[in-house]
Design a protein around this ligand. Sequence first.
Ligand code: ARG
Length: 402
Amino acid sequence: MAEKVVLAYSGGVDTSVAIKWLKEKHNLEVIAFSVDVGNEPDFPAIREKALKLGAVKAIVADAREAFVDEFVFPALKANAMYQGQYPLATALARPLMARLLVETAIKEGAKSVAHGCTGKGNDQVRFDVSVAGLAPDLKILAPARDWDMTRDETIKYAKRHAIPLPVTAESPYSIDQNLWGRSIECGVMEDPWAEPPEDAFIWVKSIADTPDKAEYAEIGFEKGIPVTLNGNKMDGIALIQKANDLAGKHGIGRIDHIEDRVVGIKSREVYEAPAALLLIQAHQALESLCLSKEQLRFKQIVSGEYSDLVYNGLWFTSFREDLAAYVESSQRFVTGAVRLKLHKGSSTVVGRKSPYSLYRHDLATYDKGDVFDQSAAVGFIHLWGLPARTQARMQGKKKKEG
Ligand code: ARG
């Protein structure tokens, strides 16, 4: 009996060709494994397609809840954005897929897992390193990395082998999407000077088509996690979906990023991430109220490191656990609400409140009710300025002379 392999199957061109390839070139029984991380199309159709192409079994796992709870919200708490621009939608889903792939391989008695990533991208790194971090002895196959075909050649191969192309394969873009965002690559956008064409965008309206009237979004957080939107309590999945719709409708969430890939290539990446941008903005606004100056400054460093490690495929490492522990601890008073005004492509924070707010009106006010003792400032400044005064006395003149 042939050995089994569990293939991460998206229903797209590469992974569909991979089913045939693994069967024919490697003589393996292919178990197609698809993961629902939100905003993906028709999973029953994807399952059927896998079976039609010769998979011995096709499994669909609804992993939306795990994705939100274990990957997206921890990243939101960290305000994770690679190079300050990309909220990491694709990057966050890969380690979860790898974990499920490994679990399925063990359950099904497969000795290897496979994915459809090419040899130029980040996703191969994330899959391979995640699998290695979870099951170091499992074999990993990456047919699209081995077959060395261009996208055109892959499509021709598919046609030759009667592999039905998804309708979207006619579109020139390579898309990966989940609840946290939509990544768009290829086509004319490979020229960094070319403006992304309007048809690349689906979630975020063009400014010309957005409402003339501004709309407010009030987001309630509990310990860093968004729990209400405009007063309605929602689970994470529903809240993110709703935030995607709301921000997208007002033209918020398009990203055009010249990105540094793990393998050393600069690439032009276009994203739609309305909910991610909105929620990170709101979360940061609440943190500015609830965290001290030192916590905020240090958190920025942690956030940069955290974003890089997620991007670089290092989710299943001790480093990630250590950073996540700091981030988690920093969130214990990040509870409250933020109000944003959405209008014509921009979202502006217009209000924030928290029962743990460090903003004290009686300290900040210039009006009646001021409890700040202004006379205490004199002594404080005397000591604060002591080093400056000392240096000026001892070296100021010599500096001029020297
Ligand atoms: N550049 C992004 C990242 O590395 C998006 C990758 C999109 N992947 C894809 N298969 N189209 O996370």
